[in-house]
Write a protein that binds this ligand. Structure first.
Ligand code: NAD
Length: 248
């Protein structure tokens, strides 16, 4: 029997990158996967095809996680296809990197809206399913930047630190219902998000990683699947750093 057979797993922002790797990893373990996307539908459909190639059932649903109406629709379509959510992975995220001096209110708020408010909205809706079943797993994507900060990313760092505070609080609220809530804090992972980093800076960052390689989306998916598994049933309110040793 596969580990997530019969479970409904909702992954936000799963059209590419870490979200896609998470979706495919759950599909490999037998889950019914809902792939949320906000941008390119073709990319989300590719994720669906990759999940189906693992023998799983998968659908993609367009929704902007920063909008409550969209999130409601996302949950409705999830219920119609696969029933109640067992595992929610709040992965959708954006960056608008600038030094504070040039950071506009729109740069600041847009990042908070997607990374933090999106996590709040999806959690609030999906946790209702989990409360009914008295079991569930919520895994939120934070970042090492949310713990340690980074010049040029004050908006992103604030959103990801917010995700950690949110995770720890919600974990306490729902522990008695059999629901665990944890975060993963990736270091530098090879995706479109990090492609924008200039080559010289890329090299300098690589030199600081003790394991001497940039992480892969699959490295993060492995951590997410562990937190969603039965083996992690006594872990809640935690932040698991997956960064090749970068932050020591
Ligand atoms: P990515 O840019 O490749 O993917 C992010 C996904 O989120 C995209 O598919 C995008 O369309 C989607 N998205 C953006 N806004 C959305 C919205 N409003 N509604 C729904 N979906 C939306 O980035 P990634 O590297 O795969 O990042 C995934 C998560 O991991 C993010 O939360 C990111 O902050 C976090 N993270 C990434 C790294 C890294 O090094 N790549 C490091 C730390 C944390």
């Amino acid at each position: 029997m596969k580990k997530f057979e019969g479970k409904t797993v909702l992954v936000t922002g799963a059209g590419r990158g870490i979200g896609r790797a998470v979706a495919v990893a759950f599909a490999r373990e037998g889950a019914n996967v809902v792939i949320n996307f906000a941008g390119r539908e073709e990319s989300a459909k590719e994720t669906v095809a990759l999940c189906e190639a693992e023998g799983a059932k998968a659908i993609c649903v367009k929704a902007d996680v920063s909008k409550e109406e969209d999130c409601k629709k996302l949950l409705e379509e999830t219920h119609a296809a696969f029933g109640e959510v067992s595992v929610l992975v709040n992965n959708a995220g954006i960056t608008r990197d600038k030094l504070l001096i040039g950071l506009t209110e729109e740069d600041f708020m847009s990042v908070l809206e997607v990374n933090l408010k999106g996590t709040y909205l999806c959690t609030k809706l999906a946790v209702k399913d989990m409360m009914k079943k008295r079991s569930g797993r919520i895994i939120n994507l934070s970042s090492v930047v949310g713990v340690h900060g980074n010049a040029g990313q004050s908006n992103y760092a604030a959103s990801k630190a917010g995700v950690i505070g949110f995770t720890k609080s919600v974990a306490k609220e729902f522990a008695s219902r059999g629901i665990t809530v944890n975060a993963v804090a990736p270091g530098m992972i090879e995706t479109d998000m990090t492609d924008a980093i200039p080559e010289a800076m890329h090299e300098a960052m690589l030199n600081q990683i003790p394991l001497k390689r940039i992480g892969t989306p699959e490295d993060i998916a492995n951590g997410v699947l562990f937190l969603a598994s039965d083996e992690a049933s006594y872990i809640t309110g935690q932040v698991i750093t997956i960064d090749g040793g970068l932050m020591g």
